[in-house]
Design a protein around this ligand. Structure first.
Ligand SMILES: [Zn+2]
Length: 72
């Protein structure tokens, strides 16, 4: 369990960059999210989710990391 709070995008644990890290959005995207995805500000992961999914993806090296929980 991590209790630290950080602002701004996290750094990629694989390559260390924070400039290319974008949040991963699950579920059905609205229009504004679609536009953000097209400009590569977010990654859309679709509607099928597991209980725990990565929260961010690095566009530079492709590493997915972090954690977001779904269910209940
Ligand atoms: Zn990376």
């Amino acid at each position: 369990m991590s209790t630290k709070k950080t602002k701004g995008p996290p750094s990629c644990p694989a390559c260390g960059t924070s400039n290319s890290v974008i949040p991963i959005i699950f579920g059905y995207p609205g229009q504004s999210l679609m536009e953000e995805a097209q400009s590569a500000e977010v990654a859309l992961a679709g509607c099928e989710v597991n209980e725990v999914e990565p929260s961010h993806v690095c566009k530079r090296c492709g590493d997915e990391f972090g954690e977001q929980r779904f269910g209940d």
